[in-house]
Structure formats: structure tokens, C-alpha cells
Design a binder for this molecule. Structure first.
Ligand code: C2E
Ligand code: CA
Ligand code: CA
Length: 704
């Protein structure tokens, strides 16, 4: 019975009380335990009563017989007295005969002092034997075998002895009736006691036990809410203590379950709001925080700024240092970022190499100093177990919005756009979001996707631009050609290298792209050799990233080896800036390329950090004067002086000098005068398709 049911019963109307009674009775009858206790009580009382009943029935029988005896004596003695104790025999005989039939007397025998029979009446045969056992008051009477007659004898006055046979046939019946009465009484007592016991048991034991059972079952089925199934207590006995203990247990179970649940929820919340690696809040948490700022700071002036901090080339770091050390690096990066923040800033880890800092600013736009400070704090001096300390390239995308117009998701994705723009631009380290840049980033993103596809699918193909050697006689002959990649996109049409090469550079796609161009160049060489027995040297452009590959030499060797093309037919153009990033490495790389037999030229010479001192250390076959200087020949004496200087440098280093972007007769004349070795430009030929190049230059030269 639940506590509610009890409560209802307590205050409910009569029918409810009736019902309650009925329920209790049913409960009682259904209770096995109660039946057992009641049966035990019943048996016990019965046993006790039967122990008492037998002697009391015997006593009752004896009393009844004693009564019969004394009645007989009282009936006979007056007759004896009236006859003068046998002096008048007739009187005696008559009196005795009359007494037969009274007081249950069946027969009488009176014997004189000498043992002579003085009178006998009724069924007196055999009574003389009893005379010998005469006792005062007839005590010690003897009953016949069938219990119907009781023979008694007593000594009377004047030496007389009297023996009487009394009808005792009713005694057994009376004893049985007596026993039955007693048994009935006992049964009644047993019934009352048992019922009472049951009622008391019900109150004190059964009801609490049933409630305990119900409560235990309900709590077991619903342990989280165990304390909703408490048993009403208050009984001041062991059962009360049991109920109290049970309730406290349920309370503890529920509390512990609730704690478990809360802890699990807390843990789930933590996990769903934190980056496990750094323990910093994650993207979801950042968005939540911004949402909160919107509601809390919504009507205060000022703005919310998001600084998206990105660790460049993290994949590369991962590959070279291994996941474990990079994880450690990220943790330290996170710690520094946190250190560089100020109280109230929200620092988050959005995944992998991307972090964010959100701040409320009183002014707009967001201050650039913070971006600089974040970069400075996180950039340098990581000890990842190697000899050198590792420096990171850190880029920051910044977005901000007035607090009253804050859209958390938009704000974060604007910072992402800004970051994408920084990453696409060489040199910039942070950028503010602008709607135009976002559009640009989107376009760039879509172009990058297409380019990825193009590299894989063969939408890219090489064109060739002849490089002409200037001859002393005023003529020019083919010295080689530069391989330039072209992309014809199914929908966009021709996409300029000026557009997609930088994109490929920043995304890393330049490596597979370059590999492709290299393979194509080798394939062309193979074809020409096969068809014409001769081929000019082809120069392919190597991007800084390709140049930095540790296995560059093997890659080139593989590409050449795959189609069995001699290394002398290949030249690589490395830009000056790529060559100057790590001079020691460049020197080694160039030497190893040259030892392969591959020619090397420095591209765009003069535009970068032209360290002539270093150039001496590099083993190069040619330097290419950048088109910008060639353009200004005849227009800018400065440009001419530069061209002059480069030409003299080449001559002093013993390497060829190639002028790029030659478009006019005048330029050719200038270069010829200064003894420039080779020229390349629209003046001689635009970059042309491989088939055209083969027909115009390779086949023609082979035939000559
Ligand atoms: P670059 O290596 O300096 O290539 C020379 C660029 O100048 C080519 O532009 C070429 O078409 C252009 N050019 C040659 N002669 C003249 C001229 O007389 N007048 C003018 N106005 N331009 C001339 P392109 O093909 O658009 O390539 C641009 C840049 O893209 C290249 O500059 C190079 O840095 C890069 N690039 C092209 N193909 C590849 C490649 O296969 N791999 C790599 N890594 N970069 C490439
Ligand atoms: Ca080039
Ligand atoms: Ca160039």
C-alpha cells in the first residue's frame, strides 16, 4: 500500500474506510508470514490448554463421583438411624428398599458387626466384597468395568458396614460435556488471541513489511528517484528503526545516483565544451560565450572582437616531429596564448592548429596591437626535444562587431575569412575582416577546390617558351625552353598561372602540381628523343616548397629515370627568394642537383634579397634577369645599370645570364651589346603548345 493510499484512507469518507478494511483483510489473508505466526500461536495455545484440560477433566470426574457418593451416604444413613442401626430389621429392609432408585442408588447391602448380612436391596450382588474396603465417607469407591456403576462402602455406627452401588452411567457424559465446554472455551480464546495477534502483527509488522517491500521494489526499479518511495515511519520499535534505516538508505541511493548523474552531465558538458588536448574551451563554448556577451553586454557601447590565431604548416610540423611532440607543442602554444590574454578574455581552442581569443573592447575597430602581441607571444622558442628551438609561423584573422549587433556564428566565420586571407597573402601576419575579402576568400576557396581536381585529373598541361642564345653574328638559335603550366578549366576557361600558382603555393598544392609538370616535361623530352633523336633542354620552375623538400634530388631522379631521360636535358628554375631562405641548405641542394647533372638557374634575379656574396657559394648554371628590369631597358638608366651589373656578375661567376620578358628589338640590341647569353620573351615567341614547339623547333633543328 503506498503512502498516498494510506493518507487517502485516513481522511477519506466511510466507503474508503470500508475499502481500507477490506484491503487490510485481504492483505492479512494473503500474508504467508502472518499465517505462519498465527498457526504457531494457535498450536501453542492448544498444547498449553490440552495440558491443562486432561487433569481438570479428571478432577471433574472425581468430584462428580464424590458427589454421587455423598448423596448416597446422605440417603442411606437416615434409614440406618431410623432402624436403630439394624435393631429393627424390617424397618431397615423397607427403608433400604425405598432408597433404591433414589439418588442413583442401584443396590444396598448392610452388614452387621459380625459380618452377617442385615439387609440387602436392589442390585446388591457382589457388594459384600466392597465391605472389606469400606472407608469413611465411602472414599475409594470402585467403578465397574463399563463405568456404569460405582460401588462404595463405609463403616456406619454400631459396627455396621454399608455398601452401596450407585448409577454412574451419566458421569462419562458429563465429563465429556465438561471437556467439550472447556475445549470450546479454549477454541474461543485461541481464535480471539490469534485474531488479536494477527491484527497486532498487521499493524506492527505486516504493514511496515509490505510497505518496505513495495518501497524496495519501486526504488529498485527507479533508483534515480529512490527517495520518492520512502516508507512513512514513526513506529518506536525495531520495525520503526528498520523503516528509518531503509529510508535513509533510499535517500543515500537517490543522492548518490543524482550525484552520479550530475557528474556525468557535468563531464559530458565539459567534454562537449572543451578541447581535450589543451583543456581550453572549444568552438561550441566560444559560440556560447559570444551569445552570452550579446545578452549581457547587448546594450553597452563598444564591440566584441574575435582574434582567430592559426599555427601555420602544422601538418608539416606533425610529420616532422611526430604527433606526441606536436601535441605538447600545441599545449605550450595554448598556455602562451592564455598568458598573453588579459582577465575577461575568452581563449578557445577550435581544433588542431586553430585558436581564438574573444574580447570586449570599448572601441572599434579591434586593436591590431593585440594581434601583434599574440603573435609575438606565441611565435618563437619552442623546445620540442631537438637541438634547435622551433619557431612557428602564427597568423591572425580578426573580426569585430558592435555588441548590440553581435551574431556569434557570423563573427567567428568572418574571423575565419580574415585568417584565410592572411594565409593566402605572403608577408601579412594578421588581417581584419572585410566583406570584400570574404567574397575573395570564398572565390579562392572554390578555385582551390577546382585546382585540386585539376591536378588530379589532368586539366593542367605544359606550354613551352623558347630560350634563344644570342650569337655574335647577330643571329639567335634555340638554347632550350621554359616549361610553363596552363590550366583550361571546363567552366572558367583559361585560368592564369598568376592566379592559381600563388594559390597552389599557399595551399601546398604546388608540390603535386610541380611533380606533374616535371613528369610532363620528362615525357616531352622522351617523345622528342624517340622521334627526332634530339631534344633541347627544358627548364621547369621549382617553387620554394618543392625546393625545400628533403628528397628533391630523389624526386628528380625518379622522374628522369621513369622515362630514361638524361639529367643534362633538365634545368630547374629556383626563385631568388626561395634560394635565399636557407642559404646553407640551398648550397647543399644546388650542389647535389648539379652532381646529378641537372642544370640550375636562379629565377627572377634582382627582385629579392640579392646577396651577391652568397651567390658565389651557389653552384648555378644560369641567372635569369627579372622581366621588370628588362622592361625598363631604354627607359630607365637605373634598370639598365642593374642589368649591366647582373651581366657582369654572371660573367665573373662563370655562369650564363638569361634575360626574361624580352619584347623589343631595342632590348635585344642592348642585351647583345652587353654580351647577354640567352634571351626569352614575346619578341621571339610566346609560350606555345608542345606540338607547335616540337614542329617549329625540335623537328626543324633535327632535320638541319
Ligand atoms: P616565371 O617563371 O617568371 O615565368 C615567366 C612568365 O613570364 C610566364 O608567365 C611567361 O608567359 C611570361 N613571359 C615570358 N615572356 C614574356 C614577355 O615577353 N612579355 C611578357 N609580358 N610576359 C612574358 P606565366 O606563364 O603566366 O607564368 C607566371 C609565373 O607562374 C611564372 O613566372 C612562374 O613563376 C609561375 N609558373 C608557371 N608555370 C609554373 C610551373 O610549372 N611551376 C611553378 N612552380 N611555377 C610556375
Ligand atoms: Ca621561370
Ligand atoms: Ca622569371
Amino acid at each position: 500500500m503506498s503512502s498516498q493510499a494510506t493518507e487517502a484512507g485516513k481522511f477519506g469518507p466511510l466507503p474508503a474506510t470500508k475499502n481500507r478494511m477490506k484491503t487490510r483483510l485481504l492483505e492479512l489473508f494473503a500474508c504467508r508470514m502472518c499465517w505462519k505466526i498465527a498457526a504457531a500461536v494457535f498450536a501453542l495455545i492448544l498444547a498449553v490448554e490440552s495440558v491443562i484440560l486432561i487433569p481438570s477433566a479428571q478432577r471433574f470426574e472425581r468430584n462428580t463421583l464424590d458427589q454421587l457418593t455423598s448423596h448416597a451416604i446422605v440417603a442411606v444413613e437416615p434409614t440406618l438411624a431410623a432402624s436403630g442401626y439394624g435393631a429393627q430389621r424390617d424397618l431397615l429392609a423397607g427403608g433400604l428398599a425405598r432408597s433404591v432408585g433414589q439418588y442413583g442408588i442401584l443396590g444396598v447391602l448392610v452388614v452387621g458387626s459380625r459380618g452377617e448380612t442385615l439387609a440387602a436391596a436392589g442390585a446388591s450382588e457382589g457388594l459384600e466384597r466392597r465391605i472389606a474396603h469400606a472407608a469413611p465417607m465411602g472414599a475409594g469407591g470402585e467403578r465397574s468395568a463399563d463405568g456404569r456403576a460405582l460401588d462404595i462402602a463405609w463403616p456406619s455406627r454400631d459396627g455396621l458396614h454399608v455398601a452401596v452401588r450407585i448409577d454412574s452411567s451419566g458421569v462419562s457424559g458429563e465429563v465429556i460435556a465438561y471437556a467439550l465446554r472447556i475445549a470450546g472455551l479454549v477454541a474461543l480464546i485461541v481464535a480471539v488471541v490469534t485474531a488479536g495477534t494477527m491484527v497486532v502483527l498487521h499493524r506492527l509488522v505486516l504493514r511496515p513489511v509490505l510497505r518496505l517491500r513495495e518501497s524496495s521494489l519501486a526504488a529498485g526499479a527507479d533508483p534515480d528517484q529512490a527517495d520518492r518511495h520512502l516508507v512513512p515511519g514513526g513506529q518506536a520499535d525495531e520495525m520503526g528503526e528498520l523503516v528509518a534505516a531503509h529510508n535513509s538508505l533510499l535517500g543515500r541511493v537517490a543522492a548518490s545516483k543524482r550525484r552520479d548523474r550530475e557528474m556525468a552531465a557535468e563531464r559530458a558538458r565539459y567534454l562537449s565544451h572543451h578541447e581535450p588536448l589543451t583543456g581550453l574551451p572549444n568552438r561550441a563554448a566560444l559560440l556560447e560565450h559570444l551569445e552570452q556577451l550579446r545578452t549581457v553586454e547587448g546594450d553597452s557601447p563598444g564591440s566584441v572582437c574575435v582574434y582567430l590565431v592559426n599555427l601555420q604548416q602544422f601538418r608539416l610540423l606533425n610529420a616532422s616531429f611526430g604527433t606526441e611532440r606536436c601535441d605538447e607543442l600545441l599545449r605550450r602554444f595554448a598556455a602562451r596564448l592564455k598568458q598573453a590574454s588579459r582577465p575577461g578574455d575568452f581563449v578557445a581552442h577550435l581544433g588542431a592548429d586553430r585558436f581564438a581569443l574573444a574580447r570586449v573592447e570599448a572601441r572599434e575597430p579591434a586593436p591590431a596591437e593585440l594581434a601583434e602581441r599574440l603573435i609575438a607571444a606565441t611565435e618563437d622558442g619552442y623546445d620540442v626535444g631537438g637541438a634547435e628551438r622551433v619557431s612557428l609561423a602564427v597568423r591572425v584573422g580578426i573580426s569585430s562587431a558592435p555588441t548590440d549587433r553581435l551574431d556569434p556564428r557570423a563573427l567567428v566565420s568572418e574571423a575565419e575569412f580574415a585568417l584565410a586571407r592572411v594565409r593566402a597573402e605572403d608577408g601579412a601576419r594578421y588581417q581584419f575582416y572585410s566583406p570584400a575579402s570574404a567574397e575573395e576568400a570564398r572565390t579562392r576557396q572554390s578555385l582551390l577546390r577546382d585546382l585540386e581536381h585539376a591536378v588530379a585529373s589532368g586539366e593542367l598541361y605544359p606550354v613551352l617558351q623558347p630560350r634563344m642564345a644570342l650569337e655574335p653574328d647577330g643571329g639567335a638559335r634555340l638554347a632550350g625552353a621554359e616549361v610553363l603550366v596552363r590550366w583550361k578549366h571546363a567552366r572558367r576557361g583559361f585560368v592564369s598561372p598568376a592566379e592559381f600558382i600563388p594559390l597552389a603555393e599557399t595551399s601546398g598544392l604546388i608540390v603535386p602540381l610541380g611533380e606533374r609538370v616535371l613528369a610532363d616535361a620528362c615525357g616531352l623530352l622522351r617523345g622528342w628523343l624517340d622521334r627526332h633523336g634530339w631534344a633541347p633542354r627544358l627548364a621547369v620552375n621549382l617553387s620554394a616548397r618543392q625546393f625545400a623538400l628533403p628528397d628533391l634530388e630523389q624526386r628528380l631522379e625518379r622522374a628522369l629515370g621513369a622515362v630514361r631521360v638524361p639529367a643534362q636535358l633538365l634545368e630547374v628554375e629556383v626563385t631568388e627568394s626561395a634560394a635565399m631562405t636557407d642559404v646553407g641548405r640551398t648550397a647543399r641542394a644546388l650542389a647535389s642537383l648539379r652532381s646529378l647533372g641537372v642544370h640550375v638557374s636562379i629565377d627572377d634575379f634582382g627582385t629579392g634579397y640579392s646577396s651577391l656574396a652568397y651567390l658565389r657559394r651557389f653552384a648555378v648554371d644560369a641567372i635569369k634577369i627579372d622581366k621588370s628590369f628588362v622592361d625598363d631597358i631604354g627607359a630607365d638608366p637605373n634598370a639598365e645599370a642593374i642589368c649591366d651589373a647582373i651581366l657582369r656578375l654572371g660573367q665573373s661567376l662563370g655562369c650564363k645570364v638569361v634575360a626574361e620578358g624580352v619584347e623589343s628589338e631595342h632590348q635585344v640590341a642592348f642585351l647583345r651589346r652587353r654580351r647577354c647569353d640567352e634571351v626569352q620573351g614575346y619578341f621571339f615567341s610566346r609560350p606555345i603548345a608542345a606540338a607547335e614547339f616540337e614542329a617549329s623547333y625540335v623537328a626543324a633543328r633535327a632535320a638541319a
